[in-house]
Write a protein that binds this ligand. Sequence first.
Ligand SMILES: [Zn+2]
Length: 493
Amino acid sequence: MKKLIVFLLINLTSHAQTLPNYQKALGILDKAVKTTGKDAPNSITLTAKGTIHNLGHYETPEKTRDLPIEEIYAYFEKEQVNYLRSAMQNNGNSVVRSSITKADSMYYIGYYDRRIVATNNTQEFSFESAKTLPIKLLQLVYQHRQSLRHLGGDKTHDWLSFNYKPNNAVTLYINKKTFLLDKIEQLAYNDRYGDAIFTTEYKNYELLNGLQIPKNRTESEYGIVERELTYENIRFDTKPDTANFRLLWLPKTFRDRLATSTVNKDSLVVENIAPQLDLVKIVSQNNKVLVARFKDYVALFESPAGLGLNEQILQEIQKRYAPKPLRYVFVTHHHPDHAGGIRAFATMPVTLVTTQGNEAYFKKLLATTHTLGNKPSNAESPKLKMDFVPIEGQRSYKDEQMEVVAYEIGKATSHSNEHLAYYFPKQKLIWSGDLLFFRTDGKIYPAGGRGKSVYELIQNQKLAVDKIYTSWPLHGQTAFGTVEELKKAIDMK
Ligand SMILES: [Zn+2]
């Protein structure tokens, strides 16, 4: 027994965070989330009824009185709304407490102080609200996964730890057999009881609408059972409005905002610029990418940093060009604002067109894990292949509907050692990376080696060019430039 205790102590105290420890903990969390309800319904409402063993000022030490309690919990994921109403019966009086959050703002009324309080400090409430339903708690853990640790375990449970605010630690007991969350523990302090543990236990899980919901929840403080609740009246069809909840005490402006969805996305504007060529303006990131429509598939030009951004671009492509799949990603050069997002396509049957010198670096980017970003896991094996345009050479990609020729001109650009410019013969259009600027205010600055490299390409290859498009930046730039404008900039010294 002594040995076991020593072992446990070492196990509990020796965990500075390491990447393997984090990955192990995340693997267990992932499994728990999947088992508990990966695709939880957007709206969940339930009622909890039971007893509070109220530790009041009674006639003997630690005497408790049982008070009936009824709570309503509601969670609306897309709207980022959490609602908690708790009504306790005491001496024939009903005392009510209500809290509601919308994203980062919160309103509440306490049991005894009936003033409405508005605050932006929602950390504690987020935890309290998440604690009422295991899937919500697991989602909160996922949000704070940078603090996630695997502490060890025993025969029945894996112990994970996380914190939702500084200097605080919550331990999760994940059942090794069912992968369900059976218990959580939190270190707490009370000026009378001193250092103590608060626990929440979940029992008798039931599967409803793909979601594991416990029938019973028990809260204990200082080793004493504080409340026992039974869950009932579970619904998935409510809206965060006054019709469903008693929210009339809220300011009207806040009430009106409750039902609005709060998904933060980059704003993409798609614009057709030539036959089979669409420009995608990424307004929020001051950047642009190009989509070329081949007969049976589409190709993307440039993949600026941001997994979320590239997934959004991919969704836009799938929505707009279905059933044509994305089969090619062309990049001009290795800089982040042009190729930093290629990881988003790693597990797709996509060909990435670039130059040999980027191979090792791109392979590294493609193999990175992004669990701290917005990728849940990296379980899929890479499918993306790379195709290299020879240095100072060219390669054509064509079918009966579209042709693009990639020219390698890096040496001349004095921007990156390897650099591709893309020419569309049918559209008489060039797509270039960081080599040219065509300003809306008409000012022309000396084009230098960068601009010259494109001009020389046009001259040497005798390309017929009507329009020169650039990728970054978007703002302050005209839609496109012409060879004449480019010539002017080159002639400036
Ligand atoms: Zn660059």
